[in-house]
Design a protein around this ligand. Sequence first.
Ligand code: GDP
Length: 476
Amino acid sequence: MTGELELDDEAITASAQGGDTIAAVATAIAPGQGSVAIVRISGPRAEAIGARLFRAPGSQVWDTHRVLYGHVVDPATQERVDEALLLLMRAPRSFTRETVVELHCHGGLVPVQRVLELVLAAGARLAQPGEFSQRAFLNGRLDLTQAEAVSEMITARSRRAAQLAMAGLDGGLQRRIGSLRERLLDQLAELEARVDFEDDLPRLDAAAVVAALVAVQRELEALVLEARQGAALREGLRVAIVGRPNVGKSSLLNRLSHRERAIVTDLPGTTRDLLESELVLDGVPLTLLDTAGIRPTADAVEQLGIARSHEALASADAVLLLFDLQAGWTEEDAALRNLVPEGVPLLLVGNKADLIAPDQAGPPPAQSESVATSPDGVISALTGAGSDALVQQLLRRCGAGDGQGLQVALNARQRDLAREAATALTGSLEAAEQGLPWDFWTIDLRTAVRALGAITGEEVNEAVLDRVFSRFCIGK
Ligand code: GDP
């Protein structure tokens, strides 16, 4: 074979840093799909393994941050396993800050698996989920919020969720939390100095310390509130559409998802399955659950559907209760409303507005007594009138509306820690209020600083890291 690279394994290994070498398929694995698959190798033996398995014809130069064309070869048999590109990124100029070799192979299951097997046989170990990102974190390439943003970027289900992840990757969250932590550390330093050397230092302005702590606490509380919007953007909302048979649930679902998923018929009780529809409305991923009309029935199939409706109600982040404007608000509608679990945002929506005179929009007066409030929305699933406003209102009620300006958003782990920090600050502020000595202020303040440090990863133990990174996919 021409142009075989003559590289000295020993020399490469000697120049490499310590630790073991990991490898994994970095791209999604789907049979028959994806034209390119990447096997990623990171660690001290990455370069030697790449050199051992790759043959580059001609006078191509083996150097860092250059792409080589060639073949992956089984060193035992010299069989060409795949035609590929090799990209070498020597430490520290790589994602993990270790030496990384990427083999860009043909997509599909067989070639990439064979290449990975050869890489493992040549001395790499299969990476754990998230292990590349974990190394990037441990080697100081990313803080913990950025590492988490990597995973959030990969799993983003909407453009806005991806934008939030990008802000996290850029370090937006790290800077925000980092500066709050710095402000607390400043106060902590002043207080601790007074604990030890009160007499040697200028008098500490207690009111100024309190003001500083309150300001940080407010910002943390705002971040905790905004996390709800972030969660809606990332994870999406499950919205159950309930209503008596024939009020137009399937029609609304079709209208919102712009496709014929549910079967629309004139026969009451025909929506027997719980239909799920995934869509993105105003940047928020929604799972709409269409349910069978909940009502007493002897029909076994229909009863099954009804049981599922109860499940849908139990798992929903919000409920749209549809009623027929022409029929007005009925006792059955009121009974349905009582099934909605406490605390779940509920919107009462009058449908078939096209069938009634405009001035009648709203439940007819005779029946309106049983509606505690006027309907939250009046729509026509048939014409689409009112459906945009309904979506806006739904997102607002779920805390997901007006999230356009959301710059950063805490994930659940980060939110819990921010909440812990805010609560700890309440402890410090209580000590202040009671006029207790400085060291009483510092106890909770230190807890708050630690909690914020755990968000960015400055103060974090191995168990937490394992939990964070084990949620990643393999190869990231
Ligand atoms: P579901 O049983 O609640 O899912 O109701 P469907 O969506 O199957 O609708 C029952 C019937 O009402 C169908 O014939 C629909 O075309 C009709 N329908 C639904 N929404 C409207 C509407 O806004 N206006 C009118 N005029 N008819 C509607």
